[in-house]
Design a protein around this ligand. Structure first.
Ligand SMILES: O=c1ccn([C@@H]2O[C@H](COP(=O)(O)OP(=O)(O)O[C@H]3O[C@H](CO)[C@@H](O)[C@H](O)[C@H]3O)[C@@H](O)[C@H]2O)c(=O)[nH]1
Length: 563
């Protein structure tokens, strides 16, 4: 495709760059003076040294750690950029590439089903050709209730999606749409009547979901979320009647789980989806969503495609990241649940340096970046060693391969059986899944580590921060939840910082120094801050023991004086 007008532009804010860099230089000069001051203490004549050396050294080490943390944090301020896209300039719908949407859920008791189904419905309502959009729900709990709710959601989507398309709704999530007064009092009488009808259907959907969930709570033989077989169901094929308006395909996937096996959390679920979806739709692009993160605006897919449809960027860009925005933020937000410092500051600088890290959810990623692409001439045995024994899956790795999973509206039984094998817990044994291909398992933050590995290999990424939030989720709002989440993130980042994958050791392959510093800052910041505090505590400990020593001496002297 040849475009005389660009599909996207990148703006560099020169003024903020000048201010940030001047501040960095001035600050560095001040730091150099401080280092000189501290160091000169050690080169004094021993007779002039009146202060004990150890506390001086401890303070100095602590300061050095904080200087290093400050230096790394400058990487985000070095070249912040923001981007604008022009989706209206995209080629015609028939030329757009297909997209698979992955929505992962793990526990129907902790993750409210109404919310999860709203995410599913909003993804189905994305403004994209329906035959090129396939939505996959991964249910790690293997819950019958979630499967039944997904079917109900599909039923509702048959009315909701055409309604959104017909009236060009800007809110794709039914719960948000109906709970706000958006469009409620405007529009023609036809629109108002139709809106009322859909709203009633939505109320029925909510009631049904709640009933299903209640029944599952009272069901004695409820599923064991840690031990169950795999289930793959193409929801749409159960409805044989022909709908006038096409809606995206919806597939329910629950991977096999056994108590004796490690399942690698979200990354494990995503890798199963990568394999199963390859057999069904094999779309070249994938949108990953957490189950509590609904599509707030239907245009995100077209916005992301502005990079993938541009021949100049399509080969190098692995993923397009959108920020995480939340709808349940309190006015005070004392724990910064919005993560403003990440999504409003750091990611803009990360983008200017080579591309942001993957943020777990809200990103469009290229299948090729995760799996590689191969020709028919590739050695089959080598591929099997890497991707596992399934011939059918290996066929899907060949570029532009289209699986014939669905024929005349029905899925092929044999391919469905094969897809179940791909979702078994032993499929990844003796393969490179999670170590070299797919989402990587090395640390609990699969997003950070997978993004870092892609950048190390030379892939780029972009950060899109449009005015209207494209995705909206629920944030942690109390101390308990926030501390659990932060503990997981910090321990994940620290495990990378102290491993052989520390960006300092294995980073500088195909990344710029500033980009490397961005990754290094994320990995090392918790460690650097803790270490500096630890050294300071050592110092305080030293000071207090010295103080008690002096008080003791003083007491002994004064008591001997009065005797
Ligand atoms: O074994 C698991 C664990 C989690 N999930 C799903 O993964 C998503 C994220 O998990 P959550 O426990 O909510 O983690 P958060 O800390 O809220 O999520 C952030 O951090 C994670 C890495 O720790 C990323 O995977 C997420 O995408 C990112 O939003 C949710 O939809 C879960 O249902 C699974 O499917 N299987």
């Amino acid at each position: 495709m040849e475009n005389s007008v660009p599909l996207h532009v990148c703006h560099v804010n020169k003024m903020s760059i000048i201010i940030n860099r001047s501040h960095a230089i001035l600050h560095s000069i001040a730091i150099l003076f401080l280092i000189h001051y501290r160091l000169s203490f050690f080169f004094q004549h021993p007779q002039n040294i009146t202060i004990p050396t150890l506390p001086w050294l401890l303070i100095f080490v602590s300061e050095l750690l904080l200087y290093l943390a400050w230096l790394l944090s400058q990487s985000h301020r070095w070249r912040p950029v923001y981007r604008t896209v022009f989706p209206e300039r995209l080629p015609a719908d028939d030329k757009l590439p297909a997209i698979d949407v992955y929505i992962c859920t793990a526990d129907p008791k902790k993750e409210p089903s109404v919310e999860v189904m709203n995410t599913v419905i909003s993804a189905m309502a994305l403004d994209y050709p329906p035959e090129k959009l396939h939505v996959y729900v991964s249910d790690d709990a293997g819950s019958d209730a979630t499967l039944r709710c997904t079917k109900e959601a599909w039923n509702f989507a048959r009315y909701w999606v055409p309604f959104c398309r017909k009236y060009g709704l800007v809110t794709a999530c039914p719960d948000v749409y109906f709970s706000s007064s958006e469009d409620g009092f405007k529009g023609s009488s036809d629109f108002k009547a139709e809106r009322k009808k859909i709203e009633e259907k939505y109320e029925v959907l909510k009631q049904r979901i709640r009933r299903i969930v209640q029944e599952s709570h009272t069901d004695v033989a409820a599923n064991n979320k840690l031990d169950h077989s795999s289930i793959i169901e193409v929801i749409s094929e159960h409805h044989k009647e022909k709908d006038e308006v096409k809606i995206p395909m919806l597939v329910y996937v629950s991977r096999k789980k056994r108590l004796s096996r490690h399942h690698n959390f979200n990354a494990g679920a995503l890798n199963v989806l990568l394999r199963v979806s390859a057999m069904i739709s094999n779309s070249p692009h994938i949108l990953v969503l957490d189950c509590d993160m609904h599509c707030n605006d239907p245009t995100s897919a077209r916005q992301a495609m502005c990079y993938y449809c541009d021949p100049q960027t399509s080969q190098s860009i692995a993923f397009v990241q959108f920020p995480q925005t939340f709808r349940n933020i309190s006015e005070d937000d004392i724990y910064d649940s919005q993560l403003r410092f990440i999504f409003k500051i750091h990611w803009l600088g990360f983008d200017g340096a080579g591309g942001p890290a993957i943020s777990g959810t809200n990103f469009y990623i290229k299948r090729k970046a995760l799996l590689g692409s191969f020709t028919k001439q590739q050695d089959l045995m080598t591929l099997k060693r890497s991707f596992g024994p399934s011939n059918d899956f290996i066929k899907t790795l060949v570029e532009d391969y289209k699986p014939c999973f669905i024929k005349d509206g029905e899925s092929s039984k044999m391919l469905l059986e094969n897809a179940n094998v791909l979702a078994s817990c032993s499929y990844e044994d003796q393969t490179t899944w999670g170590t070299k291909v797919g989402f990587l398992y090395f640390c609990v933050l699969e997003d950070y580590f997978t993004g870092f590995t892609l950048h190390r290999k030379g892939w780029k990424s972009v950060y899109l921060y449009p005015k209207r939030p494209q995705f909206l989720g629920t944030a942690t709002t109390n101390f308990n939840e926030a501390s659990i989440q932060w503990t997981r993130w910090v321990s994940g980042l620290t495990s990378v910082a102290i491993s052989r994958f520390c960006p300092l050791i294995c980073g500088p392959l195909k990344m710029s120094l500033v980009h490397l510093m961005c990754y290094l800052e994320a990995a090392c910041m918790p460690l650097l801050c803790c270490l500096s505090v630890w050294v300071l505590l050592l110092y305080l400990n030293f000071v207090s023991s010295m103080a008690s020593l002096y008080t003791q001496r003083f007491r002994t002297r004064t008591s001997s004086y009065f005797r």
